[in-house]
Design a protein around this ligand. Sequence first.
Ligand SMILES: CC(C)=CCNc1ncnc2c1ncn2[C@@H]1O[C@H](COP(=O)(O)O)[C@@H](O)[C@H]1O
Length: 196
Amino acid sequence: MTAAAPSSMKICVFLSANDLDERYTGPTREFAELVGRGGHTLVWGGSDAGLMKVVADGVRAGGGRLAGFSVDFLRQFARDDADEMTYAKDLAERKALLLAAADAVVVLAGGLGTLDEATEALELRKHGLFDKPVVLLNTAGFYDGLILQLRRMDEEGFLPVPLADLVFIADTGADVLAHLEKAVPARTGAAVSGQA
Ligand SMILES: CC(C)=CCNc1ncnc2c1ncn2[C@@H]1O[C@H](COP(=O)(O)O)[C@@H](O)[C@H]1O
């Protein structure tokens, strides 16, 4: 029996805290508005900066909720109109809280912080410690290099599970949402651990 699609999802988004070109802000805003219009909750790092601000503005404009997980040393950058804001003691605790709070993870264009968060989610999936869907949104081909590297790991035996079981790669925000609408209900009832 197929589980009914949840009416709303908590979607954890990892993405850049920097101010970037329209190539990245446009598709981020588009994805965020879809999330908001779907009545979903954005689970994110909580800062009102760069693409992190773009995604929160878009979700809010679309009518969605904002659940931030900041960290004590970044408290001054936290968005002040979030529906919820939690402060972790350090980055490791924050990552664990973000993963535990969400139904799914979406990785948008970002730098080292984003890469750290994305690889944490994938490594936990590899060990069977995290069973929520992870999606990589390859905006403007930004992750072409990373995808090449991941495929090489897969083809040359570096991954104990197929790459396709770890991450779904999407080119548009609409593809991300379409995937999550199928993948999130599919895990309903499964044992879940969001802990790092
Ligand atoms: C100066 C300023 C506004 C700092 C605020 N900076 C931040 N605030 C909140 N989360 C962050 C910040 N920097 C990195 N992160 C975390 O790391 C990711 C972004 O790092 P990066 O820009 O890709 O490497 C985000 O998903 C976020 O969860």
